[in-house]
Ligand binder design. Structure first.
Ligand code: K7E
Ligand code: CUA
Ligand code: CA
Length: 650
């Protein structure tokens, strides 16, 4: 596959979008006052009769009465994509919003029997294998997913997602919705927060993502090769920068404390992580012993200059330059690479406001949120702000167990209160006024009970400059009695809240398989996925029926095959016991949605080939006999008849 985008390939989104556009216009009329310029385009072209009654009846109503928009009727398309981390299923889930329908799962870190992830040679090469060809890891734990930026909005190139268990970062190509690269981070454990940069700190012409930052939670020996066991004080956590294009690790920063979540500024100058373990503790009692922890800021330009100047170390087998971001080495603001802003007890979550001014850290074990002004952090680095903690412009009570924060683009923040089972809507500027002494400034705007114990929260376009204040989704970590019981493991509860009005309004909920964590929601126009592959992107493609056949090289046998409904080009093929068999299968069908599958009885082989796609598998033929191969994906009236046979001779 070529690593480029926006080519003129088969792109079939236009047709189905017409159906959705009716709904789109319908909504546009209902929220006339709120719609951005992009939404109103095409309104004049609306000829759909079904749109009229709703538009007419909604015309005079206040904006908050459009909760019914959440109901997407059969045949209609959602107006937003949602990218959800799958948690310990190690995948990325794609939802349509506002319906909440799950559209797709993109396997990244763990095998997947539908697409053959971890089974095909191509996916194994991305996932990484041991010398014997087995996968290096078969488990994953995805928490945070974020997309590439341009001009402060998503540009539809990539998404990135973390694997906390094995400290891996995966990249997903958003033209095909597939994982194309996975990188193992050296020197770290518990890789949790992840965030792409939004611009270059030095070169203003680079107004798009070129780096992805990764925070790691756990402290470990450096290097982790048996030394320093028992010497807990020598264990460290790090912050890592990965190149967005090559996916190579560019540099790391060794720090005091740990990293949890990660946020980046719109000007590219700063990245930050909330730190809940500034105590450098190994047990929870130690980790919660201090009254305040921190939000650590990274001065990206200075770190890269330090790397250029050779001011780094390497550890063990890793060649990655590691600069010193500890407190002791960074007390002089004018040369500091890092800045530790004090935040109350064990904060969780750091989020960038869409106006680009603030990062907000929630308290978790403190009922507060801390608002940090980025311009002041930059002033400190310039030597213009004598006390770093003066960068805190508000620290206000929200309720019990504040975790993550989303924004509506109208100056309001929405924070989950894990212990209170609530979402609190609060006004950032008012909180700053209140903190400055204006006790009349009422910063809490609204509270809404959610069911139950919310963790992550996000709003439509919240993590861009184009937060549109329409929908808010909340991931509730406990569903208790909300759904039919299915045994001891409960579904979790995703709830959708209409935030277009002053008051929040719960509009629907759906169960999700545990345990999703973070997610992003953005307008569907930002993506233009391709719906068939280009056969020329696959160097091993079998491009015609007459290129099919069996080629032997010693005991290595290559079986080249094509699929075209309702048949495989080889009705049977013969190999010998002891052969290493590689099957290469190209799907010659060109029509969108005409996918075939290929499975072999008793050989642990199952994968699909989408239109014009090529995949291969390699395995040992160990037992003599006849083994049916069949199409696993319903493709044709003769789908059941779509078969081949592998004959293994003794
Ligand atoms: Cu993003 Cu769930 Cu990993 Cu918070 S974490 S809840
Ligand atoms: Cu091909 Cu079913
Ligand atoms: Ca702590």
């Amino acid at each position: 596959m070529k690593n480029e985008h926006g080519t003129e390939q088969h792109d079939a989104q236009d047709a189905p979008q017409d159906i959705g556009r009716r709904k789109f216009l319908n909504q546009t009329a209902a929220i006339a006052g709120l719609a951005g310029a992009g939404l109103t385009v095409g309104l004049t072209g609306c000829k759909d009769e079904s749109a009229k009654p709703a538009a007419a009846s909604a015309a005079g109503k206040p904006a908050e009465s459009h909760a019914s928009d959440a109901h997407i009727k059969p045949g209609e398309l959602d107006t937003y994509y949602g990218f959800w981390s799958g948690g310990h299923t190690g995948d990325l889930r794609v939802l349509g919003l506002p319906s909440g329908r799950e559209l797709h799962r993109i396997p990244c870190f763990v095998p997947d029997a539908l697409v053959g992830w971890g089974i095909t040679n191509e996916s194994k090469a991305i996932m990484g294998t041991k010398p014997n060809g087995d996968l290096q890891f078969t488990v994953g734990d995805t928490h945070h997913v974020h997309c590439s930026y341009k001009d402060g909005n998503y540009d539809g190139r990539y998404a990135w997602i973390n694997d906390k268990i094995n400290s891996r970062i995966a990249r997903i190509r958003l033209d095909y919705f597939v994982c194309d690269k996975i990188t193992l981070l050296p020197n770290v454990q518990g890789f949790h927060g992840i965030f792409p940069d939004k611009a270059d700190p030095v070169d203003p012409s680079i107004n798009y993502t070129t780096r992805v930052f990764c925070g790691s939670e756990f402290h470990a020996p450096l290097p982790n090769d048996g030394r320093d066991i028992g010497n807990d004080g020598a264990h460290r956590a790090m912050f890592t920068c990965v190149d967005a294009e090559t996916m190579d690790v560019r540099w790391q920063v060794v720090i005091d404390g740990n990293c949890d979540l990660c946020a980046t500024s719109y000007d590219g100058k700063l990245a930050a992580c909330n730190q809940y373990n500034t105590e450098n503790g190994q047990r929870f009692e130690m980790m919660m012993s201090a009254e305040r922890d921190a939000c650590i800021f990274f001065n990206i330009a200075r770190i890269e200059q330090a790397v250029k100047d050779g001011k780094f170390k390497t550890y063990g087998d890793s060649k990655v330059p590691v600069v010193d971001g500890t407190k002791a080495a960074n007390s002089d603001p004018k040369t500091a690479l890092t800045a530790y802003v004090s935040v109350p007890k064990n904060p969780h979550g750091v989020n960038a406001s869409p106006d680009g001014k603030y990062f907000i850290c929630a308290g978790k074990l403190s009922p507060t949120a801390t608002v940090i002004e980025l311009a002041k952090v930059l002033d400190w680095f310039e030597g213009k702000l004598p006390e770093l903690d003066k960068a805190i412009v508000a620290e206000v009570e929200l309720g019990l167990g504040p975790l993550h924060t989303a924004f509506d683009g109208r100056g309001n923040a929405y924070t989950t209160l894990f212990l209170d089972s609530q979402v609190v809507k609060w006004n950032v500027e008012k909180s700053i006024q209140f903190y400055a002494g204006d006790t009349n400034a009422k910063y809490v705007v609204d509270r809404l009970d959610v069911q139950y114990q919310p963790g992550h929260i996000n709003a439509s376009q919240s993590e861009t400059r184009f937060a549109d204040g329409k929908w808010l989704a909340v991931g509730c970590k406990f569903s208790k009695d909300r759904f039919l019981p299915v045994g001891p493991l409960h579904a979790e509860n995703e709830q959708l809240i209409d935030i277009s009005g002053e008051k929040m309004k719960l509009v629907h909920e759906h169960p999700v398989r545990p345990e999703p964590h973070d997610f992003v929601i953005f307008k569907r126009e930002l993506l233009r996925p391709k719906q068939t592959y280009n056969i020329d992107d696959f160097p091993n493609a079998v491009k015609a029926f007459d290129q099919s056949g069996v080629v032997r090289d010693g005991n290595k046998v290559t079986v080249k095959m094509v699929s075209q409904a309702p048949m495989f080009s080889l009705r049977d093929f013969t190999v010998k016991v002891g052969d290493e068999v590689t099957i290469i299968l190209t799907n010659l069908d060109t029509i969108e949605d005409l996918t075939h599958g290929f499975a072999i009885h008793h050989h642990n082989i199952n994968f699909i080939v989408n239109p014009q796609e090529t995949k291969s598998v390699t395995f040992k033929a160990e037992k003599p006999g006849v083994f049916w191969c069949y199409c696993t994906h319903f493709c044709h009236a003769l789908h059941l008849e779509m078969r081949s046979r592998m004959i293994v001779e003794a």
